[in-house]
Each structure stands twice: as C-alpha cells, then as structure tokens.
Design a protein around this ligand. Structure first.
Ligand SMILES: Nc1ncnc2c1ncn2[C@@H]1O[C@H](COP(=O)(O)OP(=O)(O)OP(=O)(O)O)[C@@H](O)[C@H]1O
Ligand SMILES: [Mg+2]
Length: 243
C-alpha cells in the first residue's frame, strides 16, 4: 500500500497546527496502529520539541530534502510505531531551495516512505509559499485548523480558491475550528454557520503540551481537547480510506 499523507496546514500562524499535528500522529500510531512518520517542516521545530526530540546535529534537514536522503534524519519517538523527521534551523532556507528546484520534490520524497510507513503527518509552517504549493501537490489530505472568526474563515476561502485554480487534482480538505471558546458570541456564530465542522476547544491542557512535551492524547486522553483531537483523527482516517 502506498503511504497516505496528511498535512496540517493553514495560511495563518499560531492557530494550533503543531499541537494538532503531534496528536494526529500519535493517534495514527497508537490508536490506529499505523506505522507513522511525523514530519516537522517548520524551522521553529515545535512538533519536534513536543515529541521530546532534538535535530541530529550532524545532518541538516534542508540538505536531506535537497539530496533526497532522509533516512539519517529520522528518529524513533518514545511511542511504538511513531517516528519523527525532526526540524532544524536549516529549514529556514528551504523556500529558496524549492524555488529553483523541482516542483514535485516533496511528492517524490513522500513516495520513498511507501515501504516503511502507512501514514505521514506533516506539520507545516504557515503561509501560501512555494513550500505550500509543493505540499498541495504531494499530500492526500489537508487538515486546516482555523479560529472561528470572520478573518480566519476568509483566509480559508482564499485557500479553497487557490486550490481550485492551481491544484485541481489537489488534496482533500478537512477544515476544523480551533481554539474555540463557546462563551464568545462570535465563536458561537461561526460554529452555527458551519455546524458540520469539527471543533477543538480552547483549553489550558493544550498549552501545557509545551511543558509536558507529550501529545495530549498520551498525557490526558480523557480531556475534552484530547477527545477533539481524536475525533479529527477519526475523520481524517475516514477521508483517507475513502480514497
Ligand atoms: N486548542 C488550544 N487551546 C489553547 N491553546 C492552544 C490550543 N492549540 C494551540 N494552543 C497554543 O497556542 C500556541 C500556538 O499553537 P501551535 O504552535 O500549535 O500553533 P501553530 O499554528 O503551529 O503556530 P505556527 O503557525 O507558529 O506554527 C501554543 O502556545 C499552543 O500551546
Ligand atoms: Mg506550528
């Protein structure tokens, strides 16, 4: 079976992508027993940090991507079936590299994982960049967290528009509301506009992932936010299996 890939992506920054990516990767490996690779594509390395890993000193992630040699960059996590391709600062220069590079580099790299993994979860940096376009050509599903606000929903509409124009064969889309506070009228209104959309609540427990450095699904599986992450995974997996 070819590997199936999910990118956690949004045009906007700070909407909970990395928190979601780490939990989706955990759910894939532990709940669904899929051989899973979490690929941290953001030079900030938030997902890498939350998995208690560091980049391997001697190898640069950018160079690995450029040369198609990712094996040495992959590390096992403390969870069975879950490996991590760590980010490092070299990824700051990935954009420049991709611009004068092959447009389908990422797609080709993902194919090299067919034998070893069932699922790849990519944690993406924000922005509609060249890297984003490569991601749209490469992955099967985009999970797009957004705040329940007019501007965030507008940014999502712009993303849909971009995909419709430039990536007609592009990935499926799974939009989810993130950091939702139902005490806020504007949040309730946005949810009412899209009653079908999955919701991740605003929760202090998610913020503590920066201290615990563990997926919330591992540290507090019964918390409402962990259950919300699990529900996003169920929906993502359903979408992938539909083909
Ligand atoms: N559901 C949530 N409830 C409360 N805080 C959250 C939630 N999701 C994420 N956060 C917090 O918000 C901050 C940003 O989250 P995160 O790093 O996951 O966002 P991001 O979209 O990956 O950001 P960037 O665009 O910089 O990569 C972090 O401090 C995180 O702990
Ligand atoms: Mg992030």
């Amino acid at each position: 079976m070819p590997v199936r890939s999910i990118a956690v992506f949004s045009v906007k920054g700070g909407v909970g992508k990395s928190a979601l990516a780490v939990n989706l990767a955990y759910a894939s490996a532990v709940t669904s027993a899929r051989r899973t690779l979490l690929w941290d594509l953001d030079a900030q390395g938030a997902a890498t940090f939350m998995m208690r890993l560091k980049p391997r000193g001697s190898h640069s992630a950018r160079k690995g991507i450029a040369e198609g040699e990712l094996d040495q960059l992959i590390q096992s996590s403390e969870f069975a079936g879950l490996d991590v391709l760590a980010a490092d600062r070299s990824l700051r220069h990935l954009e420049a590299q991709l611009l004068d590079d092959k447009a389908k580099r990422l797609k080709k790299l993902l194919r090299t994982f067919d034998a070893d993994y069932d699922r790849v979860v990519l944690d993406c940096p924000p922005g509609l960049t060249e890297l984003a376009d490569q991601i749209f050509r490469a992955v099967d599903l985009l999970v797009v967290p957004m705040l329940p606000s007019a501007l965030s929903m507008r940014a999502f509409a712009q993303l849909q528009d971009h995909l419709g124009r430039e990536h007609k064969q592009g990935p499926k889309l799974l939009p989810v509301f993130s950091m939702v506070d139902r005490r806020k009228t504007l949040h309730r209104e946005a949810l009412a506009e899209h009653p079908e959309r999955l919701v991740i609540p605003y929760a202090a427990a998610v913020e503590t992932m920066g201290q615990s450095r563990m997926p919330l699904l591992a540290s507090q599986p019964r918390s409402p936010a962990a259950k919300a992450f699990a529900a996003v995974w169920t929906e993502a997996e359903r979408s992938l299996l539909k083909g």
